[in-house]
Ligand binder design. Sequence first.
Ligand code: MG
Ligand code: ZN
Length: 357
Amino acid sequence: MLACAFLFISISCSAPESAQPKNIILLIGDGMGLSQVSSSYYYGDATPNFSRFKHIGLINTSASSHKITDSAAGATAFASGKKSYNGAIGVNSDTVSIPTILEIAEKLNLSTGVVATSTITHATPASFYAHAKSRGMYEEIAKQLATSEVDYAAGAGLRHFKNRDDGANYYDTLDAREVILDTTSLTTIDKICAECKYMYLDTGGAMPRIIDGRGDYLSDATRLGLDHLSRNEDGFFLMVEGSQIDWGGHANNAEYLTTELLDFDKVIGLALDFAEKDGNTLVIVTADHETGGFSLSSTPMDDGAWSDYNQVTGTFSTGGHTTTLIPVFAYGPGADKFGGIYENTEIFHKMLETTGW
Ligand code: MG
Ligand code: ZN
């Protein structure tokens, strides 16, 4: 305040330009606790991209209704800054719609996007563009995406737009709105006009697992999204979810989990490459909660000895979620605000604070 008092004649007392990012890339590894992050150091070939962050914090992820959150309440906390009940999509604990960071960015004429390896109507991405009292209302959520201002979306879930139980066809709605649509493969940037909206809606019930041959879909969808959204000189908000890290945890399948985690780490790498080059982009990597009570324990030995401390095995304590504190990694202008231990809702407030949105 003292500095401001002396400087009041000058143009501004606010933070220097360099501390205010134009763009946000929010990367959510669903179910990604610290052991999941740590697995990239034991199962990957290269140094994990997590090592590139200097600003790291921890969040408490509890929901308003439960000590252990689900993905809907977890994503709603990030998207809207309010603790809500498990199952809530962009609504508060009284089921009232609350504005999301994506909608706030749209109002400022910034570009927005959501990418997932689940359906695009699944709880995590939905909480950024939709408002529904229950996460299972997929057709309502699809309708809201089809009539939204979202500029870029990629994920599975075509069936929630077309072939719906209610007989409506929101694929046709998107088509009539001249949204560029794909259902079999991602297009290339030269096929998306700068002012156009693009959606990739895969026909599957989810994108395939990495171990079933998904390949580089998540990196490709993220790169295409960055190429398209960054055409808006005023800025953009992009949320990318590694949706199936959570499903590997639910399945208590360490190979499923770690291959999804390593795929997500590649996306972190390309987001950081973009941000390094751009200089105006804040990258935040975090998770809604941990799944599976995953741990990297020593491998039990056959001869009855306790364990071999030179061998690491992924083990689980539950088929559900846990409430362990979750790491937050931040890079770019404003990243220093993400250190410390705080509530998951603070992610929303810190994003607004750093961008001034
Ligand atoms: Mg999710
Ligand atoms: Zn889950």
